[in-house]
Write a protein that binds this ligand. Structure first.
Ligand code: ATP
Length: 530
């Protein structure tokens, strides 16, 4: 949870940081641009309010995007609720009593440090400016390594080179000194020192090129609004910046009405809002987004075991989508919030480098105790096995739905050169997530083929999202389905009318096979389950 504690990254992290990104940054940027325009062209993601020139960092999901998004939600919900004996779901309101955000710490501490450049009038996150500088030094180290690798070939000993090369050591010392100072300043809320560091590092505004900076200020990320019609009576409310608090304040309701026994969990999917200072990278950082969160309530003293279990369970969930494990890594938080006793991020390798996709946190009894204090209501659990009453401890798993969407989109996007020299763009989405499961394509729009195709569609549409298409050549229709990730297309031709068979085409291999119409359901089912 950013802001409540500034996430201190171990300096070792920077040794690895953005390695792939820095190696092929330009190339990846190019691919990322293509993914964004593909997402628009094929109805996955649109800029919000586009005809009014857009609203920054707010996006709409189109006809294919909403299907992909719903499928991700369902895949998560099934794994986290349906397949779990002791986890139930809720759907709490976005508006909540304002004191909740006092109790959670968000009113006082959900901040980002911001700084403006007086010449360009552009606003930046001070931490991002500084971390970008670290990345530049890291880039220099990586270049030295690359050069040496070429020079020494097989005999190159990277570890020794990193430990002895004077230029590498110089850059590394710069990173270590500056990061120690920066994270120390953030922890002590010493914003004047953060500004001084920006000056000392001679960081310039990327737009104006000047070093004419304002002071660094804390900026609360919550959006507020008024409830009530008369100004004097109205209450300031916040749009929730995370869904978790809706779970904590319903802990007693769910535990009692569901007769839940510890350990148990409560899951929820819903919108969250953050007034991000610098919202970049498409749907990676949005001002309105969705989270899929689960709070698991455990006996005090058992939390670290559960933390390990959830780390593993959540990573396996990601891997079950069939994406190579090299795309994921854990990033352990070295410095923890005062209330947490373990925290790790699952990072995904986006086109712009490894970045957080999901957070798993051991939050002790901080949240429930704090709500107990602020609300005056007893929030405890009587454990019949121990004959003891306590405030449960919490393990939280918190994943961004939109970031998962982006991870899927960027992994799936594939440009292929075909044997005949032509090219295709194919979205190799996991079949279970694909917006359309099967394209239903009459070879020609006459001779009774569309009617037969619709007949087949009627047998499938209750179980699968299928799409009928008769316009354009069959080749063009295949390409359109490749571009949105449809795992199968079936073609209805004249032979279908005679022997009730169709050809089924596989998106990835492009192989076609003649099968009986009765087999389609079985093939789709198998593919989607696997
Ligand atoms: P970051 O450091 O990237 O801002 P965070 O640590 O603030 O993320 P959490 O508060 O732990 O994020 O939220 C849990 C998850 O919600 C994140 O792992 C991420 O997937 C998602 N998330 C957070 N902020 C945003 C955002 N502005 N846009 C889209 N998804 C977000």
């Amino acid at each position: 949870m950013r802001g409540l504690v500034y996430k201190v990254k171990a300096s070792g992290f920077y040794h690895m940081m953005h390695y792939h990104y820095l190696c092929s940054m330009a190339q990846n940027e190019e691919v990322f641009k293509k993914i964004i325009s593909h997402a628009k062209e094929y109805g996955f993601v649109f800029q919000s309010s586009e005809i009014y020139d857009g609203l920054s960092a707010v996006y709409d999901y189109g006809q294919n995007g909403v299907e992909l998004k719903n499928n991700i939600k369902q895949y998560w919900w099934k794994a986290m609720v349906q397949h779990q004996e002791n986890i139930v779901g809720i759907d709490s309101a976005i508006f909540m009593h304002p004191t909740i955000w006092k109790a959670s710490g968000h009113v006082d501490a959900f901040n980002d440090p911001l700084i403006d450049n007086k010449d360009s009038k552009k606003r930046y996150r001070a931490d991002v400016l500084i971390e970008d500088q670290f990345a530049k030094w890291q880039d220099k180290i990586d270049k030295e390594v690359e050069k040496a690798e070429k020079r020494f070939g097989e005999a190159f000993d990277k570890a020794q080179f990193l430990a002895t090369n004077p230029r590498v050591l110089e850059y590394q010392a710069k990173i270590d000194t500056a990061s120690k100072r920066f994270y120390g300043a953030m922890e002590n809320n010493d914003l004047a020192d953060v500004k001084k560091l920006i000056e000392e590092l001679e960081i310039v505004c990327p737009v104006s090129g000047s070093r004419n900076w304002t002071e660094v200020r804390q900026f609360n990320l919550m959006f507020s609004t008024q409830m009530g019609s008369v100004t004097e009576d109205s209450n300031t409310l916040y749009l929730r910046p995370e869904t978790a608090q809706g779970i904590f304040v319903n802990y007693l309701n769910v535990q009692k009405t569901g007769r839940m026994k510890i350990p148990f969990g409560i899951a929820q999917i819903g919108k969250a809002f953050r007034n991000e200072i610098v919202a970049r990278q498409f749907i990676f950082r949005m001002r309105e987004f969705e989270q899929m969160e689960m709070q698991f309530f455990v006996r005090p003293g058992t939390e670290l075991e559960w933390f390990e279990k959830w780390k593993e369970t959540r990573l396996n969930w990601h891997l079950s989508l069939g994406i190579p494990s090299a795309k994921y890594r854990f990033h352990k938080h070295e410095k923890l919030a005062h209330y947490a006793n373990a925290a790790v991020d699952i990072e995904f390798e986006f086109p712009f480098g490894f970045k957080e996709l999901e957070g798993i946190h051991s939050r002790t009894d901080f949240d429930l105790s704090s709500h107990q204090k602020f609300s005056g209501k007893k929030i405890t659990y009587f454990d019949p096995e121990l004959n003891e009453t306590y405030v449960p401890y919490v393990i939280e798993t918190s994943i961004g739905l939109d970031r998962t969407f982006l991870a899927m989109l960027s992994h799936a996007y594939t440009e292929e050169k075909l044997e005949d020299g032509s090219e295709r763009v194919v979205m190799k989405l996991p079949a279970v997530l694909a917006p359309i499961k099967c394209g239903i394509l009459p070879l020609v729009a006459k001779d009774g083929l569309p009617e037969k195709a619709r007949e087949i569609m009627d047998t499938l549409k209750y179980d699968y999202m299928v799409q009928f298409e008769e316009k354009d050549s069959i080749g063009k229709r295949y390409r359109r389905h490749d571009a949105i990730g449809t795992p199968y297309c079936i073609t209805i031709d004249h032979q279908t009318l005679e022997d009730n068979t169709v050809t089924i085409r596989d998106r990835d291999t492009m192989q076609q096979e003649r099968i009986s119409v009765d087999k389609i359901d079985e093939i789709l089912r198998k593919k989607i389950r696997s």
